[in-house]
Ligand binder design. Structure first.
Ligand code: HEM
Length: 230
């Protein structure tokens, strides 16, 4: 019989959806500020600027809280892929998303409280949360104080390198979000991942019943909070 396990604690779900809402506001207002014609704005310039500034500050505060919670709870360990698993885990995951899923095969990794993510998710979340987000936030804060930028840098306007860096990382995070939502449909059913991020419970794939948690040979990391089974 298929069972279920509680693996996403409430604080993480609250952080995740507030963060997602703020990122979408930042993307929409940032897109409007960067691309739309001042005479024909997607969102009126002063409104887009206020949305972008307020959401950016809220995202920064939320990110600080996430860093503290993620450290104290030990959840950060869930993002560290085991070196021994990098190649085999990626191969297994790629084979699953490229073909296995279309034949009804179960995902190669079974989420457990000790190891919630496959190696692709681990590497992605590590990069996104510990490299891309700090970079986005630092360049955004620096952009918030343009008067502190040098007049000229390497013969260019002093703000230009910062503007390009902030834009590029925002663009890459937008690509991440699209891929993230698509990959979210690759769980035991198309909606299982989204349901898990709302309820905290992961439903086991019927094909996994009675199997060991991880079939890619990975050693488990520290358990996250939760771990109730039903
Ligand atoms: C509409 C927007 C979003 C949706 C629908 C969504 C969906 C999901 C889903 C289904 C999962 C479960 C695990 C998985 O499938 O990989 C997840 C986990 C996660 N998402 Fe998102 N997500 C969104 C936005 C974001 C954004 C903007 C970020 C970061 C910038 C983000 C970062 C994460 C992280 C770090 C986890 C793992 C949480 C943990 O430690 O357990 N998500 N998301």
């Amino acid at each position: 019989m298929a069972s279920r396990v509680y693996i996403i604690p409430l604080w993480l779900r609250l952080w995740h959806w507030t963060n997602a809402a703020l990122m979408i506001l930042l993307m929409a207002s940032g897109f409007s500020l960067h691309f739309s014609d001042p005479d024909l704005p997607l969102i009126r310039f002063d409104i887009a600027r206020t949305i972008h500034n307020v959401s950016g500050i809220a995202l920064t505060v939320l990110y600080m809280a996430y860093l503290v919670w993620n450290t104290v709870s030990g959840n950060w360990r869930q993002y560290v892929p085991a070196a021994s698993e990098l190649i085999s885990g990626l191969n297994a995951q790629n084979a699953y998303v490229a073909s296995g899923i279309f034949k009804g095969a179960p995902p190669p990794t079974v989420p457990t409280p000790e190891k919630k993510f496959n190696v692709l998710q681990q590497a992605t979340y590590l990069l996104v949360m510990y490299v891309a987000m700090p970079f986005l936030i630092v360049t955004g804060i620096a952009f918030f104080f343009p008067e502190l930028a040098p007049e000229q840098l390497f013969g260019m306007d002093g703000l230009l390198p910062l503007a390009v860096a902030h834009y590029v990382i925002g663009f890459l995070l937008t690509l991440f979000l699209l891929g993230h939502i698509y990959m979210g449909t690759m769980g035991t059913t198309a909606l299982a991942g989204f349901k898990m991020m709302i309820t905290g419970w992961h439903d086991e794939h019927p094909g996994h019943a009675g199997q060991p948690p991880d079939r890619t040979g990975a050693s488990p990391t520290s358990p996250t909070e939760g771990g109730k089974r039903a």
